[in-house]
Design a protein around this ligand. Structure first.
Ligand SMILES: Cc1ncc(COP(=O)(O)O)c(C=O)c1O
Ligand SMILES: N[C@@H](CCCC[NH3+])C(=O)O
Length: 436
């Protein structure tokens, strides 16, 4: 059975990728992050299909900071999509996954020389240049290695959260990218054009994350084209590609508005065509970088119920065996989620609890007000839609090992990231050899 949020089987248990969530908890232990891989695939396909049906040349590049693992890169490769990486670690993981290097975009606002060397050595598809320091560093690396590389310029598109309620990254004072209002972007263009080892394939911008309206993307496109029009007039430069970043929102709870990939893509394509028509410019290829919208809804966090603190006249605390170490988002962004009891997600609720984590922080509350049926220690609770920026932002706070990650599809489950052990936790520790 399916409702909008989850599937159940004939026993009435939560099902993830065709696998009973209770069986997953029993076999792999909790906390456990379980992905329904077919949901990941269908989101990638939905974005690709939205461009294909409009016959618009496009690239869908999964923003892998949302969840990075060898198996995840394998799935993206199977779906013939690109990825973006933001660190040597993500790039290394992609190399280990045999991900096609020419389908990688390398991002970051402070890439190190070693990371740039690695990217050039492996000939990643494109390095997305963020600042002047990086242009210099990359020039040196290219000269040393005697290699060429494709680049894009990341621009700050000047779409501000003061006018739209977004998580900001595209406003003029953002730490990311070259500012377009002060002429910095134009100097960057000149520097890159002057370097024969860099092939400038296009321009990049990203306005923020968890966006649930098309207006910000339309404004981003309009602002980019204003600039392209100027650069075309002054420098005869027109980009082959415009990369509009990610940020497509998902529905975590009933409060969230959500738009289908097709709606976002439709609005973007229409705006790009309209701008090109109006300004008489060549139509570029569009690249997008969805992260959250690819993996967010596909991920479930399974926890075991432990202690309870009853507070007469107040809301009780029900504590699970995970928390901010495997999902920092509630503590960091006051992010909201919904949970269900895995053995009976549709059971009528009898109370509201603070669903608390096990970490030594008062702020470690996974869900502030969660309606639940009666629960007892040992029950399995599933928090829904934790697939983006959950495991990827996990930590070892309190020296709690990170959970394992399991991929489920067509009724089969496979561990894709092993649970950390206590030995893993101390594996990089060194004994103090002598008194300091
Ligand atoms: C450059 C860039 N691209 C893509 C993304 C992915 O964003 P989201 O996960 O919101 O789609 C981010 C993160 O916000 C980003 O900074
Ligand atoms: N980590 C953030 C999103 C950041 C996107 C990275 N540019 C979140 O969980 O919502």
């Amino acid at each position: 059975m399916e409702n909008e949020k989850y599937f159940t089987n004939k026993e009435g248990h939560l099902v993830i990728g065709g696998v009973d969530a209770l069986k997953l908890a029993l076999e792999y232990g909790t906390p456990l992050v379980a992905y329904d891989v077919s949901q990941i695939r269908s989101q990638i396909r939905a974005f690709k299909e939205a461009f294909a049906k409009r016959k618009f040349p496009a690239v869908v590049s999964y923003a892998s900071k949302a969840f990075s693992a060898i198996a995840m890169y394998q799935v993206v490769a199977q779906e013939k999509a690109h990825i973006d990486v933001v660190s040597g670690g993500e790039l290394y993981t992609a190399i280990k996954a045999n991900f096609p290097m020419d389908k990688i975009s390398f991002h970051g606002n402070n890439k190190t020389r070693a990371e740039l060397e690695m990217a050039v050595e492996h000939q990643v598809g494109v390095i997305i240049l963020d600042n002047f320091y990086e242009i210099e560093l990359l020039s040196e690396v290219l000269a040393e290695q005697d290699k060429n590389i494709r680049v894009m310029l990341r621009l700050t598109p000047n779409v501000s959260a003061h006018t739209h309620e977004y998580i900001q990254t595209g406003q003029a004072d953002s730490k990311f990218g070259f500012d377009i209002t002060t002429g910095q972007a134009h100097s960057a263009l000149k520097k890159v054009q002057a370097n024969p080892q860099m092939e400038l394939i296009g321009l990049h911008a990203h306005i923020g994350s968890q966006i649930s309206a098309v207006a910000g993307f339309q404004m981003e496109v309009a602002n980019l084209f204003k600039l392209i029009n100027q650069w075309n007039a002054q420098d005869h430069y027109q980009p082959k590609v415009i990369n509009l970043g990610g940020g497509f929102g998902i529905r975590y709870t009933e409060e969230d508005e959500v738009l289908a990939p097709d709606v976002f893509v439709g609005a973007i394509v229409d705006e790009v065509k309209a701008q090109c028509d109006q300004l008489n410019l060549k139509v570029p290829e569009i690249w997008i970088e969805p992260g959250r919208s690819i993996v967010g809804a596909a991920g479930y966090s399974l926890y075991t119920v432990g202690s309870r603190k009853n507070l007469p006249g107040m809301t009780d605390y029900l504590t699970v065996n995970g928390g901010m170490g495997d999902n920092i988002r509630p503590a960091l962004y006051q992010a909201k989620y919904e949970a269900v009891l895995a053995n009976n997600p549709t059971a009528a609720s009898v109370e509201k609890v603070h669903l608390a984590g096990r970490y030594c922080e008062s702020g470690d509350i996974l869900i502030d007000e969660q309606s639940l049926p009666a629960t007892k220690p040992g029950d399995i609770i599933a928090i829904l839609k934790t697939g983006a920026y959950g495991y990827s932002m996990a930590s070892n706070y309190n020296r709690v090992p990170r959970p394992s990650v399991v991929f489920c599809e067509n009724g089969y489950a496979q561990i894709v990231v092993k649970r950390e052990t206590y030995d893993d936790l101390v594996s990089n520790d060194c004994f103090l050899e002598k008194e300091l």
